[in-house]
Design a protein around this ligand. Structure first.
Ligand SMILES: Cc1cc2nc3c(=O)[nH]c(=O)nc-3n(C[C@H](O)[C@H](O)[C@H](O)COP(=O)(O)O)c2cc1C
Length: 316
């Protein structure tokens, strides 16, 4: 179920069956010396994941790549940055690494917009006044799903394009999200901090106008990037027994699991304030599930589907 090859079988992936696709060497040049032992990194990983999931995980200190795993396990979003620029060459390098990510059928349907002009960034930030860190971040990017190139190529090669349906939008959106995730890994590897910004979809038409987005493109998320001012904190996640599924979904006490998470998270990272007290009152215990239920009791982005259709995607 969770194996991506099941839902995207090689047989239906033109790139996978294309004899022109080169067969790359199997060795991984990035793997570090497997004999190197790194007890510090293994302890860092264990501590981060214990805080994240409330569980002691076994970490073999002789595994290669422990420093990379420690960075991933210790992820935290940053919203305060030092007034130190990110060099354009470094940014270009990180974009190139991000755009090296896997891509559905090798279609390459993700773009990265580097918003350098203050007026453009301001036009976007003015739609999100509650998030001043967007203006303060040394770099602001927008990751875009680009479904324009594929039908353009079909037309140019005089071919029909009978695949103009929800999957076309979904593929471009997934490629955009994967490229953003890869950018985050690359940026974090050099010590930068990041904060994704889905609020660029709050008023997507304004963002589309500011970025001059062509038809069949859609903003996936923004990303603040900079040198972190503070170390930041780990945010606990739902337990692995909730989100790591063996083979298939079965009967479970999901409510009990979420309530246990609410308590574990409240003990480590209690919410500083309750959402919309004037509407919902003050809860004696305010956990994650209460916060998310309150957040999603307000309508948000109800016009996003209309925007995506206006951009030229068909969602049938
Ligand atoms: C797709 C996406 C969109 C997000 N949008 C926002 C946003 O608009 N504003 C914000 O401050 N944080 C945003 N975040 C950051 C999340 O709030 C953050 O990842 C979450 O609270 C967990 O915290 P952590 O990243 O420190 O583990 C976003 C994260 C993702 C993955």
């Amino acid at each position: 179920m969770s194996d991506p090859t099941v839902s995207d079988p090689a047989a239906s992936d033109p790139a996978a069956s294309d004899p022109a696709v080169p067969d790359p060497a199997v060795s991984d040049p990035t793997a570090s010396d497997p004999k190197a032992s790194d007890p510090t990194a293994s302890i860092t990983i264990q501590q981060a994941l214990a805080e994240r999931f409330g569980e002691e995980l076994k970490v073999n200190e002789e595994l290669p790549g422990l420093a990379a795993l420690a960075r991933i396990a210790g992820h935290r979003s940053h919203r305060r940055f030092l007034p130190r620029p990110v060099e354009p060459d470094l940014l270009r390098l990180l974009c190139a690494c991000a755009l090296s990510a896997p891509s559905k059928s090798d279609l390459q349907q993700a773009d990265i917009v580097i918003v350098r002009e203050t007026a453009i960034r301001k036009a976007i930030v003015d739609t999100i006044p509650e998030m001043p860190w967007i203006m303060d971040a040394p770099v602001f990017l927008v990751f875009v799903g680009n479904g324009a190139r594929l039908p353009m190529m079909s037309k140019r090669r005089d071919k029909p394009f009978p695949n103009d349906h929800l999957d076309a939008f979904f593929n471009a959106a997934v490629d955009g999200a994967i490229v953003m995730t890869t950018f985050i890994q690359a940026a974090t590897a050099v010590g930068l901090g990041i904060c994704p910004i889905s609020s660029v979809r709050d008023y997507p038409s304004i963002v589309a106008k500011a970025l001059n987005l062509p038809p069949r493109t859609v903003p996936i998320a923004g990303l603040c990037v900079g040198w972190p001012e503070q170390p930041g904190e780990i945010t606990p996640r739902l337990s692995l027994s909730t989100t790591m599924i063996e083979n298939h979904y079965g009967d479970r006490d999901l409510i009990g699991e979420i309530e246990a998470y609410d308590r574990r998270r409240a003990a480590l990272r209690p919410y500083r304030r309750q959402r919309r007290i004037e509407r919902w009152g003050e809860a004696s215990f305010y956990g994650w599930s209460q916060d998310k239920a309150r957040q999603y009791a307000e309508p948000t982005r109800t016009d996003f589907g209309a925007f995506v259709r206006e951009q030229g995607f068909r969602l049938d």
